[in-house]
Design a protein around this ligand. Structure first.
Ligand code: DQA
Length: 139
């Protein structure tokens, strides 16, 4: 069974109540439950942290062992060379996801330090983007 982890960064614990006009009204726990049910043949886990170093530690922990990582780095996407370096350092393929279309928002959201290190990038498809990333990693 393939082992895939979803890693969410800062403020994504607030999904459901954070700017619902941008990020929707569903909590991530609720969405994650539907994914787990829909993909019983994938060993799917979920991790969230608001702390850059904790996200680095998790990438190091899973990055040589898991079959795929789906990461939404939140605002760290646009600031963190350290997380980009970690993505480049590990052997597990990483897919970057953004719920909103970052290219249709403020200019500072247009650049990602992660993208060039990732196997793929999915933006602007809402929470469905995590499922699209999962499909890409398992097929
Ligand atoms: C986000 C986009 C980022 O610019 C923002 O800082 C987030 C969420 C998204 O999923 O659309 O926290 O990664």
């Amino acid at each position: 069974m393939k082992k895939i982890i979803i890693i969410n960064g800062p403020n994504l614990n607030l999904l459901g109540k954070r700017e619902p006009e941008i990020y929707g009204t569903q909590t991530f726990d609720d969405y994650f439950g539907t994914l787990v049910e829909k993909y019983p043949n994938v060993s799917l886990t979920y991790f969230q942290s608001n702390h850059e170093g904790v996200l680095l530690d998790k990438l190091h922990e899973v990055g040589f062992d898991y079959d795929g990582i789906i990461i939404n780095g939140g605002a760290y996407t646009h600031t963190s060379i350290a997380i980009a370096d970690a993505i480049g350092a590990i052997s597990t393929p990483v897919v970057e996801v953004h719920i909103s279309n970052v290219h249709a928002r403020e200019a500072f959201r247009h650049h990602s330090y992660f993208s060039e290190k990732c196997a793929g990038v999915i933006v602007g498809m809402g929470l469905k983007g995590y499922e699209l990333a999962l499909m890409g990693l398992v097929n």
